[in-house]
Design a protein around this ligand. Structure first.
Ligand SMILES: Cc1ncc(COP(=O)(O)O)c(C=O)c1O
Length: 402
């Protein structure tokens, strides 16, 4: 079926202050002289957001007065309807707390619910700002690495039991769906994870920012939809920002049903100068509401486009670079590619990717030691750009294939 929206359109982002496309940010992260790499790294999309969002923002913009504002009174209702309709998760309105982003929220939760020296558990290879947040706040990173077997990543529950038994481990960050390995955690996996954390009094932060970007054949299970016990022992993070490409609007939400936790975070937010229901920005909430109310048809087409991009990339890479493996994508627009069968070091892979292919990807070792030899590619871009990247990667790595 034809896509109704033109995801094929290439839009120049070079003069918009885009982090992904900024030559100076590219140089900072990839080295001097690498400001012109083709950027398929930072997780935002090179697609325009749907008209419903643009129109809602434009309507408010035309008023021209942007003074102190209450949160859009219909934002929470739209969010609640979305999660009930799409994920069967019933969110109580008074449990919604605003934050300017999920990464800032991870920092706040670490500061609010742990003390310096405590342990915070993560499951590498995983989104690297988690480890950075833990270290920046003087806490210990406790790793419960995912296990890779038969081209599939699973949680290691035995190791999780051992690690959470240590009373210094106070918080666990669950990435669901998982970035970068693209897994959609199944209900039984989440139940087991939750049981272990509850038993050991470890608060769970369920980062579900990718929950709406689930590929055909898979279904996301919201952690807090599983049981009252898991809901009480956790805080969930959700946002329209990843799904609808709104990250620059700095708006996301925490769902905190547990009253004690909500009061604690409320007092903590007061110390930060936020109000107790958090802080947000006028346009972020307007855009999120519009997305939740009217963005679904666009999202359905977007997922189809992303999945076609994925099939295209997987087919080309696996056919033209024998040995290299592209993991099945259950969720996110960030396929995970295994270059290990080529027998090259991570350093060499980086050198080939950047110097020969000219492409900026998130290198596997950034996500943890067990990410070495992998690369994460952002395929939320027009097909033309992806095929240019695929051509360059294939051409650069072909001499190293057996
Ligand atoms: C798992 C995960 N959490 C959080 C974020 C970023 O969240 P925010 O932009 O709301 O800080 C990302 C962005 O890629 C992510 O992949």
């Amino acid at each position: 079926m034809e896509n109704q929206w033109d995801f094929n359109q290439v839009i120049d982002r070079s003069s918009t202050g885009s982090v992904k496309w900024s030559p100076s940010v590219l140089e900072q992260n990839f080295g001097k002289g690498r400001g012109n790499l083709l950027p398929l790294w930072v997780a935002d999309m090179d697609f325009a957001c749907p008209d419903v969002i643009y129109d809602a923002m434009e309507k408010r913009l035309s008023h021209r007065i942007f003074g102190y504002s209450l949160n859009d009174s219909q934002h929470n209702g739209a969010l609640i309807d979305w999660f009930e309709r799409r994920h069967g998760w019933q969110i109580q309105e008074n449990s919604i707390v605003n934050t300017p982003g999920i990464v800032p929220a991870v920092h706040y939760l670490i500061q609010c619910f742990t003390k310096p020296g405590d342990g915070v558990l993560i499951q590498p290879p995983v989104y690297y700002p988690f480890a950075r947040a833990i270290l920046a706040n003087g806490r210990h990173v406790v790793e419960n690495p995912l296990v890779l077997k038969n081209l599939r990543y699973d949680m290691d529950f035995k190791d999780l039991e051992e690690k959470t038994r240590d009373p210094r481990v106070k918080l666990a960050v669950l990435c669901s769906p998982h970035n970068p390995v693209g897994r959609v955690w199944q209900r039984d996996e989440l139940e087991r994870f939750g049981e272990i954390c509850l038993k050991n009094n470890v608060l769970v932060f369920a980062d579900e920012i990718h929950c709406d970007l689930v590929m055909p054949g898979f279904k996301h299970t919201s952690y807090q939809s599983i049981s009252a016990e898991l809901t009480q022992g956790s805080i969930a993070g959700v946002a329209a920002s990843k799904t609808f490409n709104l990250a620059g609007l700095a708006h996301s939400c925490l769902v905190i049903s547990n009253e004690t936790y909500r009061h604690e975070i409320g007092s903590f937010f007061n110390c930060l100068g936020f109000n107790s229901t958090g802080t947000s920005n006028l346009f972020g909430a307007i855009a999120a509401r519009a997305a939740y109310e009217g963005g679904e048809p666009w999202l359905i087409d977007l997922i189809r486009y992303i999945y076609d991009n994925f099939l295209y990339l997987k087919k080309r890479i696996e056919k033209e670079l024998p040995g290299v493996r592209v993991f099945d994508l259950q969720a996110t627009y960030l396929p995970w590619i295994d270059f290990n069968p080529l027998g090259l070091s991570q350093k060499k892979i980086i050198e080939i990717m950047e110097e020969k292919a000219g492409i900026a990807l998130d290198h596997g070792n950034w996500f943890g030691l067990n990410g070495a030899g992998f690369e994460r590619i952002n395929i939320a871009c027009p097909r033309k750009m992806l095929s240019r990247a695929a051509d360059a990667i294939i051409c650069a790595f072909i001499p190293f294939c057996k």
